[in-house]
Design a protein around this ligand. Structure first.
Ligand SMILES: Nc1ncnc2c1ncn2[C@@H]1O[C@H](COP(=O)(O)OP(=O)(O)OP(=O)(O)O)[C@@H](O)[C@H]1O
Ligand SMILES: [Mg+2]
Length: 631
């Protein structure tokens, strides 16, 4: 059944779904042309190596050379573009007025050359800086992703998933804008303004002075106002989009509960409010841009009319040539065009800077379960687990485990039982070092977990958590998750061990069948079994099962338990179970309540002790009997 793939019989009553041969050659050609991504050759360490805060400058530093090329292109582009009015002036003053056709033609040709060079330089600049920008973004994306992989569980519990997503979506998108055209346009526009100012003063200092005095103060006031109000408005926009995304994310992941409780309407209302706030924030920025844009336009037009008046007067009094006046007016245009652009760029810059700050914070977040700088790899363990006077709270002021001491021997099967919220899963999380104890220590084979590398620890530990997670991918990918190199035989053996052979064989492509995201196309018992199979395949020295069989019917559980006996043979196991039938099979059992260990012993010991366990056992037995007594 398995491994069938595309080779299956094409005529089996089903419509032919293969690739026609004439297409096949084309497909092969396309595949041959695909860039070959080399195998991942990535250095990853749990320890944050680069502790310097993220900044634009640091991001760009490795691309210094490429940036110099970009700068040269920018200068060529800008200088050539601004040659236009100057050539116009020459054309008018030395060509048209004295009626020298040759000069007119010469000026026109020079103009054409300048424009052509501008176009080429500008094209090259756009392509080149685009490349640099994407290079920066790849570095940054990978760096953030790596950091997320490094962060500890509590970060993901405390931070909304939607908010984390915005770091990778809208924040990166803002930087994309900034790198793509923001920074370089900033350079182009800034340089243009400088050149224009210099040329104006060079042509006629008096008229330039008049122009500057006329424009600059009012422009400055307008710009300061714009800066302040747009900073505020864009902060609102950013919060708005973060809220929109996290609301979306949350209702998508909770879609089943939403539907089951008829909360669609309320959800839509809530989402409309979040989206409405985002709209308001955007309207605010539009209003501000609506004042500033036309405001600067108005200033520009007023400037031109005044220039016409003052310049015209100067021409009449022979203090200025017509060509110079024309060039002045053209340059004034060139002066105002960048201001308009700079406004947009300022917004881009603002957004980008805010994003950089957010990303900087994210990158500066230290994993709460850090790897010690001098951590050693944990040598192959025999599997002796100890908790030594462990006190722990997710919030350190509010402990959920109080002075817990446990000794689990090599190869022992140890069970934790107790009421909901007692702290059983918490103990499991400490043994797998998802958290560090507030006081006391957790050791394996005498090695304090804080002194060994996380990689070497987790490689020798297997966990089947209370809520198993499956990835969108094939059954094989999911089962062989911890050991991607496992053979088909091994995968099937693991599937057989948990009694899923029938289910997988029924699937159209066996172990190559696809499971949907989070395994939503599987029953929760099946999900648990796949998670168990994953642990089977990994064959760790120490295995932690947190309610790993709680969603199974009794019959499946019995089957799995036989398999479990085989798996656990010779391994240390910590089994958390509500069903006493599961717990009973352990060598020793600890009863946990309100973060304390009440009693420890074998099933028989504990029943004989007549304590809490005996009470639980009696209740369980009476329930069983009641069930059997039913007709
Ligand atoms: N991430 C967390 N942040 C804060 N408190 C938590 C967190 N996870 C669990 N708790 C609290 O710690 C206590 C112990 O939880 P734990 O998950 O260990 O219980 P449990 O014994 O596994 O219960 P169950 O049998 O229902 O799985 C509970 O009061 C719970 O509310
Ligand atoms: Mg639990």
């Amino acid at each position: 059944m398995h491994g069938g793939g595309f080779a299956g019989n094409p005529g089996g009553g089903l419509p032919f779904a293969g690739i026609p041969p004439e297409l096949q050659t084309r497909v092969e050609k396309v595949i041959a042309d695909e860039p070959a991504w080399s195998d991942p050759d990535v250095e990853f360490s749990q320890v944050v190596k680069d502790r310097r805060p993220l900044s634009l400058r640091r991001l760009m530093a490795p691309h210094r050379r490429a940036l110099v090329v970009a700068a040269v292109l920018v200068v060529v582009e800008t200088v050539c573009l601004q040659a236009g009015p100057q050539l116009t002036q020459i054309g008018i003053d030395r060509g048209i007025l004295p009626r020298h056709l040759a000069v007119v033609v010469g000026a026109a040709i020079a103009y054409i050359v300048a424009v052509a060079v501008t176009a080429v330089a500008s094209g090259a600049r756009v392509a080149w800086t685009g490349r640099i920008g994407q290079g920066l973004l790849v570095d940054l994306r990978v760096r953030i992703f790596a950091h997320l992989q490094r962060l500890s569980l509590d970060f993901f519990t405390d931070e909304k998933a939607g908010v984390i997503m915005t770091r990778m979506t809208s924040d990166i998108e803002n930087l994309n804008q900034l790198f793509q055209d923001g920074l370089v346009n900033f350079a182009v526009q800034g340089l243009t303004m400088l050149i224009v100012t210099a040329v104006l003063f060079h042509m006629n200092a008096r008229l330039a002075m008049v122009t500057v005095l006329m424009i600059v103060p009012s422009l400055a006031v307008l710009s300061l106002w714009f800066r302040a109000s747009s900073d505020r408005a864009y902060a609102r926009v950013r919060d708005g989009i973060a809220n929109v995304l996290s609301d979306l994310q949350e209702s998508l992941s909770g879609v089943r509960i939403v539907a089951a409780h008829n909360r669609q309407t309320q959800n839509i209302v809530a989402h409309r409010n979040v989206v409405g706030e985002y709209r308001d924030a955007n309207n605010e920025t539009a209003r501000i841009n609506g004042i500033y844009g036309p405001g600067t336009d108005l200033l520009g037009w007023l400037g031109q009319t005044t220039l016409l008046l003052v310049g015209g007067w100067m021409v009449l009094h022979h203090q200025l040539t017509i060509g110079q006046l024309t060039a002045f007016i053209l340059y004034l245009n060139a002066f105002f065009a960048p201001i308009q652009q700079l406004v947009q760029l300022y917004n881009t810059y603002q957004q980008g800077r805010a994003s950089i700050l957010k990303l900087r914070d994210l990158l500066l977040t230290e994993p709460s379960v850090p790897e010690a700088p001098d951590a050693r790899p944990l040598p192959p363990i025999t599997g002796e687990v100890r908790l030594d006077h462990v006190t722990f709270g997710y919030d350190p002021d509010n402990p959920v485990l109080h002075d817990v001491s446990l000794e689990i021997g090599e190869g022992e099967t140890f069970s934790l039982v107790g009421p909901t919220g007692a702290g059983k899963s918490t103990i499991a999380k400490l043994v797998t070092r998802f958290y560090d104890p507030t006081e006391g220590s957790v050791t394996i084979d005498g090695h304090d977990l804080r002194s060994v590398t996380l990689e070497s620890l987790r490689r020798q530990l297997g966990v089947v958590p209370q809520e198993p997670f499956l990835f969108a991918g094939t059954i094989r990918d999911n089962v062989a998750f911890a050991r991607p190199g496992a053979s088909d035989e091994e995968v099937w053996a693991a599937i057989r061990a948990v009694g899923l052979t029938e289910l997988v064989e029924r699937m159209p492509e066996g172990i190559d069948s696809f499971v949907h995201e989070r395994g939503s196309s599987l029953a929760s018992g099946e999900r648990q079994l796949l998670a168990l199979a994953r642990a089977f395949l990994a064959r760790p020295r120490v295995i932690v099962l947190d309610e790993a069989t709680s969603n199974l019917d009794l019959q499946s559980e019995t089957k799995v338990e036989a398999a479990l006996d085989a798996l656990l043979e010779g391994r240390t196991a910590i089994i958390i179970a509500h069903r006493l039938s599961t717990a009973m099979r352990a060598d020793r059992i600890a009863v946990v309540d309100q973060g304390r260990i009440l009693e420890i012993g074998s099933h028989d010991d504990l029943v004989a002790r007549d304590g809490r366990y005996a009470e639980m056992y009696a209740t369980w037995i009476s329930h069983l009997e009641a069930d059997h007594a039913l007709p």
